[in-house]
Ligand binder design. Structure first.
Ligand code: DHB
Length: 310
């Protein structure tokens, strides 16, 4: 069984989509809900709908993907309406709402809106979008992150987590974990894409995507070792009651197994879901179950966090 938990919530499968992939519309979200995935998350919703950056803004690379979508989304109200319908249709199941502000002051407004709604799922506050021109990734600025979390949790009493960018220095893990441990978080999601990579088409000497001179978030196999390190480093530093959604570079059952060894409670699929489609959930579920059987584990909890080191 791939049964797992996050906070008080239980899921029949560790796999879910990563926000941004297969989750813009109700039809896409319904396809994830109907797949073997254990849960689903919406595209990051903002206070107002957005059209995002000019196309082409997504490309498939040798070992992953690049994107600079620019937060196109249908707006928080659309995703709250979807969640209300989902809850009515799937009693006992939990979904995630991803949200982000275009400026810090938007975060408490989003939180108030969700707090006042009938939403019973988990809210993922996205502090790591790399693609809006002129807007730095919030969670690389520890002071702004602290201000935003303080403003959110003044009035927010529902289960919540944060989507983090990849970090590359142990002092960053120390500082961010110490900061996050001050708040009543249920989870973190680590990692968002590797921000501001660049891909060149050798046939034309041209960048692969249009926005920001070709710079965009990198996902897929390029991200795997960074994702493993981030999940591991946060598991070693966060309060035990803060769960982890592991995201980054999963293309096989073994990749998911490795994220769980590092401490992941749930595993989300970004690039592989974008390139392979919804059947990735069926394939990866079978591959992870086979890997667990080979290693002699009946549940993810049996080996979660059990990485061995030399
Ligand atoms: C977008 C990309 C992200 O990595 C993210 O966290 C949010 C939004 C985007 O470009 O739409």
């Amino acid at each position: 069984s791939l049964q797992t938990t996050l906070g008080d919530h239980s899921f029949t499968n560790v796999f879910m989509n990563a926000s941004g992939v297969h989750c813009m519309t109700a039809a896409e979200l319904d396809e994830v809900a109907a797949s073997p995935a254990g849960t689903l998350v919406t595209k990051t919703g903002t206070l107002e709908p957005r059209t995002g950056n000019p196309e082409p803004r997504f490309a498939v690379l040798e070992l992953g993907t690049i994107n600079s979508m620019g937060l196109p989304n249908k707006g928080i109200d659309y995703y709250l309406d979807y969640a209300a319908a989902f809850q009515a249709r799937h009693p006992g199941q939990t979904m995630f709402l991803s949200v982000a502000g275009m400026k810090p002051a938007d975060f408490p407004l989003l939180a108030e809106k969700i707090q006042a709604s009938g939403f019973t799922g988990l809210t993922e506050f996205n502090l790591s979008c790399p693609n809006v021109p002129g807007k730095p990734q919030i969670a690389y600025d520890f002071e702004t992150t602290q201000e935003i979390l303080t403003a959110i949790f003044k009035g927010f009493k529902k289960a919540a987590g944060v989507k983090l960018p990849p970090y590359f220095d142990l002092a960053q893990f120390d500082q961010m974990a110490a900061l996050l441990n001050q708040y009543p978080l249920t989870f973190i999601n680590s990692i968002n894409s590797l921000g501001n990579g660049l891909w060149i088409d050798p046939a034309t000497d041209t960048a692969a995507i249009r926005p920001k001179g070709g710079f965009g978030g990198i996902g897929g196999q390029y991200a795997k070792p960074i994702a493993l390190a981030n999940v591991r480093a946060f598991r070693q530093r966060l309060r035990a009651d803060i769960g982890i959604i592991g995201t980054g570079g999963v293309t096989s059952g073994r990749d998911a197994y490795d994220l769980i060894l590092c401490g992941a409670n749930l595993v989300s699929l970004g690039s592989i879901l974008a390139t392979e489609g919804i059947s990735a959930f069926t394939r990866l579920t079978a591959e992870l179950e086979a890997e667990m059987a080979k290693q002699g584990y009946a549940t993810p909890a049996a080996f979660r966090g059990q990485l061995k080191t030399l």
